[in-house]
Write a new protein. Sequence first.
Length: 183
Amino acid sequence: MEIITNPTLSEIKRAAKALIDGHLVAFPTKTVYGLGAYAANGKAVSRIYSAKGRLTGHPLIVHISSIKQLESWAKELTDYAIQLAREFWPGPMTLILKRSSLAKDFITGGQGTVGLRVPAHQIAQELLAAFEKFGGTGITATSANRFGAVSATSSDDGIDEIGKDLNLRDLIINGGSSRIGIE
């Protein structure tokens, strides 16, 4: 695994391409460090479950760049959901909505709903923007720690918890500590 500290735009693009290619990328959000994979790539998502020791029946959140991406992942959007998204995104609010056909069982844990969030951290926003330019539609991310352990709030926390389960082409973006510390 490679650690990128204070990433440049070029390095952010490289991380986005790594996601497209099926690799994992740990990155900061306002709440915790997320371990991310291309949300439409079942093989990449399975690596998250494996690295965390997480049961596959536990759904994952899909991070999207803006409210414009809601209809890709959710259906039957209510006015209330759209109002909440407009008011609180980007930010640490996850909307749980009826899933679209894009939200496969490996994301939702077989449930009829999907969790969606627009992260507020600048690095997460830049990563999502670059990812979409490569054709990506959403990055699933969960805290970069073993399942049931305290959430990772720094790149060092993530390395300590799951570093041994990452491969040489996976990346960790060190963007400082997360401010909140709770998913």
